[in-house]
Design a protein around this ligand. Structure first.
Ligand code: DX5
Ligand code: ZN
Length: 225
């Protein structure tokens, strides 16, 4: 089993003090940056110029989650900005294989996200084109929502397919991740965890990251045995 990663989401951070907020999570594996266009999801956050500034000052690599329509057109620009990984939504991409290849060609890891109601099966044959599969565990758009246990069987099926094919695709989960739900997601096969409110809502975000990492890794290990 690959190592468990904790990627705090800055959606729950103080947007006026982003540089300081990034310093508070310097023990994270990456920072999860939620880009929303008020079209693919009913919320608006930040765009490429702000992401570029975050990239310039962040102590950890950037993991962009693009909740935007017309991903084929806009996602490559985020890879050009030097981000470690760029994740587009399958539902927003017309040519996901072409787009994943384009992201990789521009030096970013290619991620593809699925909304809770989108099945993974139609995408199993293209998993080798990806570095990461993001299985949303809430409807995308807002932080602070409750984890949807109904997504667990999908995580299990994706893990089975990935392990069976021997390709090294990470499974990221995003939405409602807490010290409690992370164990269920890890048991099902996820190994990269996004947490917004559980990290930035904590008194000490850095210790919240450590606690989540421990909870997520223990389960990851036991599920591999
Ligand atoms: C939701 C975003 C998440 C969000 C998670 O659409 O993609 O990254 O910030 O927030 P929590 O951890 O509070 O559910
Ligand atoms: Zn996200």
């Amino acid at each position: 089993m690959t190592q468990c990663c904790i990627n705090p989401s800055i959606l729950s951070a103080d947007f006026v003090n982003l540089e300081a907020e990034l310093q508070r999570i310097s023990n994270a594996d990456a920072v999860h940056v939620d880009v929303m266009d008020n079209h693919f999801v009913p919320n608006l956050t930040l765009g490429l110029p702000v992401v570029q500034r975050i990239q310039a000052v962040s102590p950890v690599p950037l993991d962009a989650h693009l909740m935007i329509a017309d991903a084929d057109r806009w996602a490559p620009g985020f890879a050009d900005a030097g981000l470690a990984s760029v994740t587009f939504h399958a539902e927003a991409a017309i040519a996901p294989i072409k787009l994943a290849r384009e992201l990789r060609a521009r030096g970013a890891k290619a991620g593809m996200a699925l909304r809770p109601g989108t099945p993974v099966e139609p995408y199993l044959d293209m998993l080798s084109e990806l570095d990461m599969l993001l299985i949303m565990t809430v409807e995308p758009g807002f932080g602070g929502q409750a984890f949807l246990d109904v997504t667990l069987p999908k995580i299990r099926r994706a893990r089975k397919a990935i392990d069976g094919s021997g390709i090294g695709v990470a499974i990221q989960v995003d939405g409602g991740i807490t010290e409690d739900t992370i164990t269920r997601a890890a048991e099902a096969g996820a190994n990269v965890f996004v947490a917004g409110s559980a990290v930035y809502g904590a008194e000490d975000p850095a210790s919240a990251i450590d606690r989540l990492r421990e909870a997520g890794s223990q389960k990851s290990r036991s599920s591999a045995e």
